[in-house]
Design a protein around this ligand. Sequence first.
Ligand code: CDP
Length: 572
Amino acid sequence: MQEITDKAHTLLKSRYLLEDVKSHSLESPEQMFSRVAVAVGNAEKNYRTHQSKSFWEGRFFELMRNYLFLPNSTTLINAGKPFQQLCACFVLPVSDDKAAMDECMRVSAMIQENSGGTGYDLSGLNPRGETTLKGESYKGPIDFIRQIDSLTEIIMKPGRRKGANMGALHVSHPDIEEFVNAKVSGSDFQNFNISVGITDEFMQAMFQDKVFELIHPESGEVIRKIPAKYLWKSIVRQAWWNGDPGILFLDEINRHNPTPSLGRITGTNPCGEVPLLPYEACNLGSLNLAKMVALPFSKSSFINWKKLGETVNTAIRFLDNVIDVNNYPIPQIEFMAKGNRKVGLGVMGWADMLIRLGIPYTSNEAIELASKIMKFIKEKSWNASFDLALEREPFPNWEKSIYYPMQPLRNATCTAIAPTGSISFLAEVSPSIEPLFTLNNRQEYQLKNQTPQSLNPALESILTSRGLYSKGIIDRICAEGKLKNIPGLPEDLKELFKTAQEVPFQIHLKHQLAFQNHTDNAISKTINLPESATMTEVDWAFKMAWYGGAKGVTVYRNRSKEHQPFESIDGQ
Ligand code: CDP
């Protein structure tokens, strides 16, 4: 069993462990995993299975306690509570209708009070300033964002994670320019990610330097025509400036929509890894790839495919169970979530896996392995979902899905790669499929009373085994956060431990695309760029993402937001 360090324990205590009114923990980390395993195991009662409920509870506990797999934070926090909201990802419909707007606010508040996040497609809102039949003015998409942003701020409780939101706007909406420029400074709408929903038609118009029509969402009238290239440049400039907006490639998303007859997908959850229909929800969980390496840090290290396959199998069952035991904020969401039974199994610890295998993140070998690993995970998760379809039933909308009649599945989607911002910290591995951000863990997570600084444990172990460990070297690495400028260290180590800012953006994208190729939903990945990156590089990154078949893309140029959450020491 993995030792639970003080750092992880501090986070567990501040957010996850049940506590009394005086904030005293009522459970140990083991008891937390047991609470989750029992709550999720309860779904077994609904079905006739070969194994007993306690067998599955035991398997779920083992997976979590050994950090082979963790469900998303919302499941860890809320399992076993009277209102058991275990999903973190929702998409709600938005319209100008007053009653519908009030309902959207009410449900958003419920979701966020229970540590979930919400995405909204704002494209149906009338343009700002246009007059209603009653002579009032429509407030438009930006005002909607403002309202939800304030709601999130009000709902935030100390010690709990703040809710996150995603606002998407179709590229042909008349307010698109205002939307693109909505986040001027890093402090604007801090609880919102914003994304422009881009179509292939727009991309063609941009490449051919044509004008693009902005269309009224209600009447379908052409309101204005603007050069597509001009709009594209505004998106690139803003993203270069402070990371927002990101882009959603709507046609690529819909080429993989498992239930097109239920509607076109135009929104995603807050971090973008799950494209969803209005009222859909998805629950996430992540495999810890670092734990799948046998004989780590040695020349004989290898991937334990059997262990990975078995973990996927149990994890899919776990996530499918979550759908049944989950409490949904409103019946419409329950209906949609149980109709499609989407789950999103992803990964964390990818960079750590590569280090344990001695493969640099920047190498072709890493990209090939990314493809191989995710293909394996996708196949195993589809096998598990197929077995569950036979044991339980296919998802209720299966007959309306692209899988019918050839491929019975229990879940309309099985895989999604989430950022794992908190759970990777609990498991003490690199987040999601990102490279290491820094080699000095000091600033990786802002917690009170955190140990002031600590070296990346993998690096520490390699330095020790190669006789390179000295106080001078460690102090220097801790001060700089990377190996690049430290004399006396071998080149192969410098290559193996390249940090996010040192990895070229093309490599970031190649990892995203390699994983995306075998992921049912999408990937939450930041294309990190050094502060010196140019707008041309952002322009390339976006175009490469579209050519490569990404469902979305987000860039982040170092220091471009005033209050960036992660930061290397010298900002390079
Ligand atoms: O690591 P953890 O399970 O806490 O979450 P994550 O992988 O970083 O984020 C997964 C999803 O949780 C996001 O895409 C959001 O839907 C939701 N989330 C949220 O609502 N609020 C946050 N502050 C962070 C995540």
